[in-house]
Ligand binder design. Structure first.
Ligand code: NDP
Length: 481
């Protein structure tokens, strides 16, 4: 089997310890390549390389940095097909989704930030007759970027691109569960002429690679996307070291459907917002609240459409639900489906394993699941499942549904379906959520602030906010006397 390699100081190299572990293809349940089991020695090499590269990269004119990053974007687009196949094999997501969303978005991330730095400016504050202040925005140094498995190259590049564009060097760790496209990106960076050491990618586990990145005194800024518990563990180490941190964490997003909604659009989009990417998107809605007069009609139409979603081979055009990313994750989802029933819920559809024919028989497939009859405050409705499982509940008043929606420890995203403009604005303003979509879902403008409130995260990614996160402001005051 092929072995993935680390990308350190411009070279693809084996881990210092020369040990590897299996990378499983979730659609077959079989190992298909080896992942470096790197450790703090590899992180140390990566940090040294990044520190050595920093003076030249941070002082390079923005236009030159931009050109290199645009080139990376172009190479991702050139290799879209190959990268999409690799992403679907690693993650289990349908190939059409990798082709239309994951890989194009990775290219856009590089392009957006590569060109964004050409339009940046800083402020000046004049003190009449006395002095003028101006703000310098300077890159921080070596940034640590740690990303999850659900949108592998998409989220990896969402951090790396602004970090690099703003003049930092990077030590990055993709999820051990989906490392392959990050490995392919290494080769594209070499081809694009990214100077050695500017980006370093160290593969391996959270504790052995993510831990040393978090704790390294030479990494003053950490950008992390993943689970809330891991975010807390990272904060425990990084906060006492006064590292700058951006944390994009879990969610338990509500979909609020009022009786006056555009019914067909609400049903159709709620199918997407519930089950896209097997429900493994931090922005997926997992709690559907429907105003009582519409409840039965919505439920029947929704369940009928969910039952029709084709589960199976990620490489089949008609597949809507591919493989769950790993066996432990499949088991976690099944645990919650059982818990929901113990808590009094009724499974309206789904919750069953699927065993396709041939080599896919040992893959991790689950039918999309809709559960009703649960109180809004039970564990199933409070804890993140992160799979193709939603609960559906009626509500009577706006106040009541806001209380339900805001009752979890999370606050990442929400959708609201109504034709009443005034109510849409009012509900959006009162939701405890970093992102609210009205009559749509996952419409993403890369300029907008992205992130959550409460235990869904700290800080915002996206737009100039990400470039600001990866820089330090310095005020310079010049006396005019
Ligand atoms: P995890 O928190 O398990 O892992 C995320 C990353 O952190 C992985 O690279 C992981 O490595 C690494 N890691 C694990 N332990 C440590 C540690 N102690 N120190 C440093 N790094 C560590 O999340 P998942 O990969 O399971 O992703 C799913 C979660 O991500 C969900 O909760 C989801 O909501 C959230 N998410 C949030 C998003 C947002 O924008 N808010 C977007 C997408 C997902 P390894 O994989 O090797 O264990």
């Amino acid at each position: 089997m092929e072995s993935i390699l680390n990308y350190i100081n411009g070279k693809l190299q084996a881990p210092v310890g020369q040990t590897y572990f299996d990378n499983i293809n979730p659609s077959t349940g079989k190992a298909y390549c080896f992942i470096p089991d790197s450790d703090e020695r590899d992180v140390e090499l990566a940090v040294s390389a990044a520190q050595a590269a920093f003076p030249a990269w941070s002082s390079m004119p923005a236009a030159r940095r931009s050109a290199i990053l645009v080139k990376i974007s172009e190479l991702i687009t050139r290799d879209l097909e190959k990268l999409a196949i690799a992403e679907s094999r690693d993650n289990g997501k349908p190939l059409w989704l990798s082709k239309s969303v994951d890989i194009p978005r990775a290219a856009s991330n590089f392009y957006f930030y590569a060109t964004g730095i050409l339009h940046q400016s800083t402020e000046a504050h004049a003190m009449e007759g006395m002095a003028i202040n101006y703000t310098l925005r300077q890159p921080i140094g070596v940034a640590g970027c740690i990303s999850p498995w659900n949108l592998p190259l998409y989220l990896f590049s969402w951090k790396i691109a602004p970090a690099l564009a703003s003049g930092n060097c990077v030590v990055a760790k993709p999820s051990e569960i989906t490392p392959y496209t990050a490995y392919m990106l290494s080769a594209l960076c070499i081809e694009a002429g990214l100077p050695a050491g500017v980006l370093n990618i160290v593969h391996g586990t959270g504790p052995k690679v993510g831990g040393p990145i978090t704790a390294h005194p030479g990494i003053p800024v950490i950008s992390f996307t993943g689970g809330t518990q891991t975010g807390a563990a990272i904060s425990k180490v990084a906060a006492p070291m006064f590292k700058k941190m951006s944390l994009e964490l879990g969610g338990k997003n509500p979909n609020i459907i009022f009786a006056d909604c555009d019914f067909d659009a609400a049903v159709k989009t709620t199918i997407h917002s519930s089950f896209s990417n097997q429900g493994e998107i931090c922005l997926c809605g997992s709690r559907i609240f429907v105003e009582r007069p519409l409840y039965e009609k919505f439920k029947l139409a929704f369940v009928e459409k969910v039952k029709a979603l084709k589960v199976g081979d990620p490489f089949h055009e008609e597949t809507r639900i591919g493989a769950i990313v790993s066996k432990p994750h499949l088991e976690k989802i099944e645990y919650y489906i059982n818990l929901a029933q113990e808590e009094g819920g009724t499974v309206l559809c789904g919750g069953e394993r699927v065993y396709p024919e041939g080599e896919l028989a040992s893959g991790y497939y689950l039918t999309p699941t809709v559960i009703e009859g649960l109180p809004s405050n039970c564990r199933t409705n409070m804890e993140e499942i992160f799979g193709p499982v939603v609960t559906i509940m009626p509500f009577d008043t706006e106040e009541e549904v806001l209380a339900f929606a805001n009752s979890t420890k999370y606050g990442l995203a929400a959708t609201v379906w109504t034709q009443n403009l005034t109510r849409a604005h009012r509900v959006a303003a009162n939701l405890h959520s970093g992102i609210v979509w009205i009559n749509c879902w996952l419409l993403r403008d890369l300029r907008t602030p992205f992130g959550g409130v409460k235990q869904s995260g700290v800080g915002r990614e996206g737009g100039f906010e990400a470039l600001e996160f990866f820089t330090e402001e310095k005020n310079v005051c010049i006396s005019l006397k």
